[in-house]
Design a protein around this ligand. Sequence first.
Ligand code: FE2
Length: 424
Amino acid sequence: MLDLLIHNANLPDGRSQMSVAVHAGKIVEVAAALQAPARQTLDAQGFLLSPPFVDAHFHMDATLSYGLPRVNQSGTLLEGIALWGELKPLLTQEALVTRALAYCDWAVAKGLLAIRTHVDVCDERLLAVDALLEVKRQVAPYIDLQLVAFPQDGVLRTPGALDNLKRALDKGVDVVGGIPHFERTSEQGAASVKLLCELAAERGLRVDMHCDESDDPHSRHVETLAFETQRLGLHGLATGSHLTSMHSMDNYYVSKLIALMAEAQLHAVANPLINITLQGRHDNYPKRRGMTRVPELLAAGINVAFGHDCVMDPWYSLGSGDMLEVAHMGLHVAQMTSQAAMRQCFDAVTVNAARVMGLENYGLAVGCNADFVLLQARDPVEALRLRANRLKVFKRGMLLAESAQASTQLHLAGRPARTAFQSD
Ligand code: FE2
């Protein structure tokens, strides 16, 4: 007897009228019009059943702190970092846990069931580390939360940061982070990449650096990250996050760089909502978009994900945990408007992001975890267009969240009243 049988679902790969069978938290069959006894059945009504959304880049220690202790006036990355520095001494573990758990509730409602969050380790107390380890433990039944030890103020620039980072890893933080462009000099930035990659290799961990989050075309730490990844055999385990300086780099240099990144099997994470708002702030007109070269990276075979990065914090005043909003912005900023490119944008917040995190058993194939979201849309492109309603969210075959179908009653003069929805 199956635990759950879903009928009449469209799948992201274009198959329609599919059934998905679940037993003991796993997908045991995916087939057209399957008939089998099940404890629970669900008619998907031709809507899109997708693996859950995955956010490959977030800051859960800062989320929902907007306005504390004040608002970012210039809108720049650097004022955001300064503002976070003002907020840090005022943080309590209780407040951090409360805000992070509130965000996790939002995430579940949006079908976002895996998040890689950076956690600032430039704090002797490691308050945020302890808070997010506690959150990770509490949300484990419904969200895969992966933590990155992130030296926000620079691992070499800040006294004690390296020791704090190592202590965070000892406590159970999963991934080694860094911020080479924030070190005092380019040489120090490169040295930090080398040091942190060596630390990751020693401990058998993944690496995810905030890398070249700048409009400066000479910020080239991703080159060192690709080199160290290659040298230390970290292929497929290292991620360059942001990479916004690539937007402004010389095309000839980028043609060499992208090949090096591909060789190292580096993952790339762009954060469209944040890149489009933080970058280009020193520009007059024309203003640069600041996002990294997503279509070119994808064309070279590099795995690219889109991250949310920030929600209501010192860097960004908006956001709601909606990865379709993130992908929608990424699509626009990168001008990825062909059918194939729009589908790639959907992948950037699902399968590609899962690859960045190294999630196992993710997807809609037999043997995968029965984690999925039913969207009020027929296919990935429509899901993006509508930032589709999440009708049902499942984890290991268990219902976590559900929403009523969205519709509008129209009362137009001279026409019969009717119910309408934007995809009718
Ligand atoms: Fe970030």
